[in-house]
Write a protein that binds this ligand. Sequence first.
Ligand code: FAD
Ligand code: UDP
Length: 422
Amino acid sequence: MFRCFAASRRQSPLALCLRLAAKQVLRRQGGLSVMLRDYDVIVVGAGFYGATIAERTAAVLGRKVCVLERRHHIGGNSYSEIDTATGIEHHKYGSHLFHTNSEEVWRYLHRFTTFTNYRHRVLTVHQGQVYPMPINLGTICAFFGRYMTPSEARELIRQQASAEKIGHAENLEDKAISLIGRPLYEAFIRGYTKKQWQTDPRQLPASIIARLPVRFHFEPYYFTDKYEGLPTDGYTAVFRRMLDSSLIDIHLGVDFFDVREKIGPHQLVVYTGPIDRYFDYRLGELAWRTLDFEREALATDDYQGAAVINYADEDVPYTRIHEFKHLHPERRYPPGRTLICREYSRFARRSDEPYYPVNTIRDRQLFAAYQRLAGRQRNVLFGGRLGSYQYLDMHQAIGAALSDFRKKVMPFWARARECVAT
Ligand code: FAD
Ligand code: UDP
């Protein structure tokens, strides 16, 4: 329905790649520090937030954009690439499933890609048995060893949840028990949560578990959004098309903090890195969780039979295993090979990649203090997951960027024009 990306954008991924690479080399020869002043907007970070702002700025305002990216690839955490050993596309930073209820975001992305009809399911392993996740009627029946109707299951869970007499649930453990009762909590939530957060669930906010629904039917899908799917030819192709403009230059392997003094006050900086780093941690450090990914190519057709399997028990060190070929059942991948990735979670040190905001009360207060500093920066827009210290799904990062473009980037240039006119 939304197959509307322009014919000129429909180049092969290889052609686009070569064009972008040529542009990057060209720009490097000129010397980055000299070049920076030539741009209207400096976007720090080539994830979905930064790429959306860059694309809109070039396409709508016709302004020159420089994208600085510390890593050696575009796409931020949504980056995907073909594994050379297996020929399978993998998501370098863990499986990224696209889903949204936003008509605007769905339409916007269709300028750059079509989507497959992939719908995500997750399973979880507890003591050698496999169950559907999030907890649904199938999980409940299998766990308690008998078939129950939806109302019987509801009644059982209600009794188990009320047995603990929890009043106002302030922490994750109390909240989970008040929703699903102790037996299901101990089997599927406690161990996984401890591994994921390295924190006792009684010390974690109740809000974390509100993300995980309990369903009294057999519907197996993880998300219930109106739109879901995966970009037909991968996430990185989407980013290449978004950034394919003569007004956008990309500099990979460049850290903003190495070049920031070369940026003038008339330029707009869109900063999508960690907000505490921007201010040199002067008020303290925000807490993040990081992940370690252990990839392995295996000489088998199918390792686990599903894209993602969670491991609920504490004695299994990883939280989940991804098997990427299952994300694209419509593709013909070479037989006899597969690529898996075990995911381990831990607290981030300053040198680690920050993935999930820990978001304790102290973190919220610290972030509010950084926001006050940010409000005093006239020509800097802080955005995205790291800049706004928020767990944002991809559609939320894109939605926030589209909104910030209208509410902040366009007015910035309207004001700049007024200054020139007076
Ligand atoms: P990012 O993608 O993080 O991009 C920020 C970029 O800024 C990075 O590339 C970084 O290198 C760069 N940068 C930072 N500092 C500097 C600097 N000083 N100089 C230059 N560059 C800098 N979302 C979903 O919708 N579905 C999912 O299934 C899903 N799964 C996820 C799984 C994991 C393990 C993680 C970590 C996230 C997942 N997400 C998922 C969230 C998704 O990754 C984010 O929504 C998205 O990446 C946000 O885009 P962003 O532009 O805000 O940030
Ligand atoms: N969770 C759990 N068991 C699972 C999956 C999730 O206990 O099998 C809990 C865990 O505390 C997690 C929260 O539910 O932090 C939210 O789950 P979600 O899958 O949304 O977490 P994400 O991987 O996005 O952090």
